[in-house]
Each structure stands twice: as structure tokens, then as C-alpha cells.
Design a protein around this ligand. Structure first.
Ligand SMILES: C[S@@+](CC[C@H](N)C(=O)[O-])C[C@H]1O[C@@H](n2cnc3c(N)ncnc32)[C@H](O)[C@@H]1O
Length: 197
């Protein structure tokens, strides 16, 4: 399994772009994500701060790497955000049904594909009934040096996403975001889903 803390300590963090996901920035120009939001695998927390700045009631950035949390906490606050060091697969019981929304960005592609069902279970459990899962999924992160099956990041097919999520979630909309970090253009899928029960 990946030693995420070591990667942060070594500053070997190619995913770290120094700014929130462009598709999230665009989404927040026309939409508000209401209530308390959980951001699993928040890394340096740029998305957390973008959400907090958009007026979200409260935003919790979760990351398993202490060095990521330390980095996230080094930035100025933009609203009602906080960071927690912890494992998505071992959430506190008090987080059961606690969140109105989850923002997913490069946590799903970072975990090993064998953990994907556990990811769906964890985010479903953390959401309130009818809570929202909004996120951007990295469908195809592969290049000449990084082939399917090798990761992280691990790619996913749109149909696989549906297989994983649609038992627990109703798909409300999905689209290819207009803007992405350089190199990710056209390789991402943005989705908005609602917990069924
Ligand atoms: C590819 S990085 C993306 C970070 C951030 N979302 C971004 O785009 O900059 C994946 C993040 O997920 C975190 N992570 C991996 N497994 C996790 C787990 N089981 N629970 C919580 N965080 C996890 C890693 O420490 C890392 O910060």
C-alpha cells in the first residue's frame, strides 16, 4: 500500500497543484453545496478552502497522512473549515450520517481498486439520508510510463463507477468538465449523486 505520509515528507506529490480543482471552482460559481461537507483525501486542502470560501456551513478535510494535514493547516482560513487526520476506512462512529455532502477529488483514484467497495460503503455511511456526493473522477490517468493496472492513480471506467455507486446512489447528472489541470483535460468525469435512503 502507498505510504502517503512519506510521499508528502519527500515532497513527491505530483497531484499537488497549488490550487483547487478547476472544475470545482467553476461549479461553485453557479452552485452552492449546502450544509456540512466532508472532503476525503483532502491533501493540502485547496478544495476544502474553496468550499469554505463559497459559504459552505462547515467543511471537514480528512486525510490519512499527518504531513498532508500539517500542510493544509499551514494555509490561512477562508471560512468554517477544519482538518482531521484519519482513515476514510475507519471513520469515527460519530460521523455516521453526519454530512450533508461529500466532495470527491482524487481520493477514489488514489486508493487501491480492491478498496473501492469499502470507499462506497464509507462515504454512504458518512452521509445523511439523501445527502449528496459531488465529485470529479479521474477516468484515465495513464500515459506512456504509467499503464492501466499501475497506480496510484488508478483509472476507472464510467460503467464501473455506475456499478460501484448506483446501488446506494441515484445519479442526478454527469458531465465532462470544461476546465481541468493541464494534462487532465477530457480525462475526468464530474458527477452529482444523491444517497438513495
Ligand atoms: C492523490 S492525493 C490527492 C489529494 C488532494 N485531493 C488533491 O487533489 O490535491 C490522495 C490523497 O488521499 C489521501 N488518502 C489516501 N488514502 C486515504 C484514506 N484511506 N483515508 C484518508 N485519506 C487517504 C492521501 O494521503 C492523499 O493526500
Amino acid at each position: 500500500m502507498t505510504d502517503w505520509d512519506q510521499l508528502y515528507n519527500d515532497q513527491n506529490t505530483p497531484w499537488e497543484k497549488g490550487e483547487p480543482a478547476p472544475c470545482l471552482v467553476d461549479y461553485l460559481k453557479n452552485n452552492v453545496i449546502e450544509g456540512e461537507i466532508l472532503v476525503p483525501g483532502c491533501g493540502a486542502g485547496h478544495d476544502v478552502r474553496a468550499l469554505a470560501a463559497s459559504g459552505a456551513e462547515a467543511v471537514v478535510g480528512l486525510d490519512v497522512a499527518p504531513a498532508a494535514i500539517q500542510l493544509a493547516e499551514s494555509f490561512s482560513r477562508t471560512g468554517n473549515e477544519r482538518y482531521v487526520c484519519g482513515d476514510l476506512f475507519d471513520l469515527p462512529a460519530s460521523w455516521n450520517g453526519a454530512f450533508d455532502a461529500i466532495w470527491e477529488h482524487t481520493c477514489f483514484c488514489a486508493i487501491h481498486p480492491t478498496q473501492r467497495s469499502a470507499y462506497v460503503e464509507a462515504v454512504t455511511a458518512a452521509l445523511k439520508s439523501q445527502g449528496s456526493l459531488i465529485g470529479v473522477f479521474y477516468l484515465n490517468p495513464y500515459d506512456d510510463e504509467h499503464q492501466p493496472g499501475e497506480g496510484p492513480p488508478f483509472g476507472v471506467e464510467k460503467e464501473e463507477l455506475e456499478d460501484f455507486f448506483l446501488h446506494e446512489f441515484e445519479l442526478l447528472e454527469q458531465w465532462v468538465p470544461e476546465r481541468a489541470y493541464p494534462g487532465r483535460e477530457g480525462r475526468e468525469l464530474m458527477v452529482r449523486m444523491r444517497r438513495k435512503s
